[in-house]
Design a protein around this ligand. Structure first.
Ligand code: SF4
Ligand code: ZN
Ligand code: ZN
Length: 324
């Protein structure tokens, strides 16, 4: 089989069109797809300082690689890398080695923040406190990903603001976006669906807009891109991943995809149609957390609620008040 673009031997098939392509044409195709996504949603400006949320996993590694390439044509823009160390023993240490290797290779500015430094406790410590309290009350503790997701989000927002970033880029791919949509539907969390946007505009004074340039690139394409370009990433999964229903939803969607090949693109289209409508309906007056100043619809933000329930709020260093 020959590459339909250059005639060299083909290495794979494009899933969108079933056309055969070689490694190089495949990589160019993915990069063009990302550029189109950025243009379509007006994600970037020529002089943005882009902070990449960089965990060392395949999505963030590919995102850095592609944005770094794009940024070379815009001398007034800048890419910096932000890593949040949640404090997951035996897992994050390995990822940090990969992160360090990749940032050294590209010679990009790298900033490391940790839960320990920002919240006074690692994720492992927070979870053991949560398990202890849950056992006392004869209940099940919340999943690790609930704590991790909420605290990491605020940590990234804080880091972006501290570093003077103008756009915060996350490596969510097509599979992540559609899984998140289904997970929120399964939980009945309609509010969250309204917030699943390709670009979070600057709706508050303290948050840096977030962008998701890989949202149209599938997980398979991310893996292939990394492989064809010799990119090193952490492939081990987090020890807490099994606590989330994401892996079940992932399997379910991959099964459905065998019958409806366009199912993920269909869901993304549904999300893009629904989320602006839901957002309009939810427009409430935004408040700021009484404890840390983070935007919220309640008196306290979600992360302060979680930590205060565990009596772990006193060591939090994050403070958005001075940014308002
Ligand atoms: Fe955090 Fe869950 Fe991801 Fe592990 S799998 S890094 S706990 S969100
Ligand atoms: Zn080719
Ligand atoms: Zn708060």
């Amino acid at each position: 089989m020959k590459c339909y673009r250059c005639g060299k031997p083909a290495d794979t098939i494009l899933s969108d069109s079933n056309l055969p392509v070689c490694k190089l044409c495949f990589s160019n195709y993915i990069e063009r797809k990302v550029i189109k996504t950025i243009r379509h949603y007006k994600m970037l400006k020529y002089n943005d300082t882009i902070g990449i949320a960089y965990s060392g996993g395949k999505d963030s590694v590919v995102l850095l690689h592609i944005l770094y390439k794009i940024e070379q044509s815009f001398p007034q823009s800048k890419v910096i890398v932000i890593t949040i160390d949640e404090g997951i023993r035996g897992y994050r240490e390995e990822a940090l080695k990969v992160v360090r290797k990749n940032v050294d290779l590209l010679d990009v500015e790298w900033h490391l923040f940790s839960f320990k430094e920002l919240y006074g406790h690692t994720l492992d410590e927070i979870l053991s406190k949560a398990a202890e309290l849950a056992m006392k009350n004869n209940k099940k503790r919340l999943s690790a990903c609930t704590y991790c997701g909420i605290l990491r989000r605020k940590a990234l927002d804080y880091a972006a603001k501290e570093l003077g970033v103008t756009k915060l880029a996350a490596g969510h791919n097509l599979d992540d976006e559609t899984q998140t949509l289904l997970i929120n539907l399964l939980k009945g969390d309609v509010d969250r669906i309204g917030r699943l946007m390709p670009i979070h505009d600057q709706t508050t004074r303290v948050l840096v807009p977030r962008i998701k340039p890989l949202r149209k690139v599938s997980e398979r394409e991310v893996v292939l891109y990394a492989y064809y370009n010799g990119l090193e990433y952490q492939s081990r999964t987090c020890p807490y991943a099994a606590e989330s229903i994401r892996s079940d939803v992932r399997l379910f969607l991959n099964e459905i995809e065998k019958k409806i090949p366009s199912v993920k693109h269909n869901l993304l289209h549904a999300l893009d149609t629904l989320s602006p409508l839901l957002r309009k309906q939810q427009e409430k007056e935004l408040k700021y957390c009484k404890h840390c100043g983070y935007p919220t619809s309640q008196d306290l933000c979600k992360s302060c609620i979680l930590l205060s329930k565990l009596n772990l709020l006193d060591k939090q260093r994050i403070n958005f008040f001075q940014k308002i």
